[in-house]
Design a protein around this ligand. Structure first.
Ligand code: AVJ
Length: 340
């Protein structure tokens, strides 16, 4: 019995390691660019090694970090409406992680009793594979195709459609980690990855009181601090570095000029850090910081204009009662390029 169940699960499981996503292939170019920059920065995707992905799941359970549970509440309430507006479609999720919130959508689309296709995309192979097997176990008719790599790579290498329509899903306000120009490039990639009539489901954290925002990134159990420091541990492992985590401290504050939370790691001493695999070293002064993450907080009317500019028309927008978080269902519009 177990054998046949396993077989049916494996029949419903596909795995695509995206070309340049193999760690050995990571030249560390972006790391050097960031550490050589002014201010010094690190790409936030290095947060998500297996330990980092687990720490992020723990952050979602802290009382201060409201985004995940608020978004989950919105999806639980409006998933049937989303299904009604889109009809059956392939679900392609960027940065899927544990697919904690996506299960709400899988349940709702499962009610259609039609073929169910889910394409989770994540840089962290461990959480992608374990989540996929868990979902196959939980949803006996679900077909899963895991894409291991960054969403830039995934959008460039999406497999061909199995169903009439598809929806790209980008939850958790990960859009907020991109600065203005990166966001523009990303939304252009979304525009090009979708055909007119296809859908884009977007979850974004909205502007609110600074106290609430800063508390969410400075939780009292210090899980966010551990998550932030772990980026140095990941670089040590991947590039034979000698970052001493005890010589750095976590900093997270709201930057009102840019409407964003910024996370930094502050050097507690004057130090020189080496990344032997990259044949690179960097000097840090006491008090100097490395910026590890931006988390932009959105104002819906401005975001709607940005989306329209990329032929992504918001069909429906749902928020929670306190307008702390927003979920936007957008439909790709025709442009003069696609529908002359
Ligand atoms: C998953 C990227 C949206 O920016 O709020 C949580 C990651 N960083 N606590 C965010 C995060 C610090 C989170 N995103």
């Amino acid at each position: 019995m177990i054998a046949t169940q396993k077989n049916s699960q494996l029949d419903r499981f596909r795995w695509i390691p995206l070309s340049k996503s193999i760690p050995q292939a990571d030249t560390g170019e972006e790391v050097i660019q960031g550490l050589a920059g002014n201010p010094k920065t690190l790409p936030c995707r290095y947060f998500y090694d297996d330990l980092g992905s687990q720490l992020f799941e723990q952050i979602c359970d802290t009382p201060e970090y409201y985004p995940t549970r608020t978004e989950q509440g919105i999806l639980e309430r409006y998933a049937p409406e989303i299904v009604k507006l889109t009809g059956n479609c392939e679900l392609i999720e960027l940065g899927s992680g544990s697919s904690r919130k996506t299960r709400v959508l899988l349940e709702a689309y499962g009610q259609l009793e039609q073929p169910l296709y889910y394409f989770p995309i994540d840089v962290s192979e461990g959480i992608l594979r374990s989540t996929a097997l868990d979902l196959l176990n939980q949803y006996p008719t679900l077909r899963v195709c895991g894409l291991a790599g960054t969403y830039e790579q995934a959008l460039a290498e999406l497999p061909s459609s199995e169903l009439e329509n598809r929806m790209l899903i980008f939850l958790g306000s990960t859009l907020g980690n991109l600065d203005q120009s990166e966001r523009d490039r990303f939304l252009t990639q979304i525009q090009h990855a979708l055909k007119p009539g296809e859908f884009f489901l977007l979850g974004v954290d909205l502007q609110k009181s600074v106290d609430l925002l800063e508390a969410a990134y400075n939780d009292s159990q210090e899980v966010t601090a551990a998550f932030n420091l772990n980026i140095l541990q990941h670089l040590n492992q991947q590039f034979q570095g000698n970052f001493d985590l005890t010589q750095f401290q976590h900093l997270a504050f709201y930057n009102p000029v840019e409407d964003r939370i910024e996370m930094h790691l502050q050097s507690l001493i004057n130090q020189i850090v080496k990344l032997d695999a990259l044949n690179y070293q960097v000097a840090l002064q006491v008090g100097e910081t490395i910026r590890t993450e931006l988390s932009h907080k959105f104002h819906l009317p401005i975001l709607e204009l940005e989306l329209e500019h990329h032929a992504l028309h918001p069909l429906q927008i749902w928020t929670d009662a306190r307008s702390h978080f927003g979920v936007l269902l957008c439909q790709r519009q025709c442009t003069s390029l696609d529908c002359p």
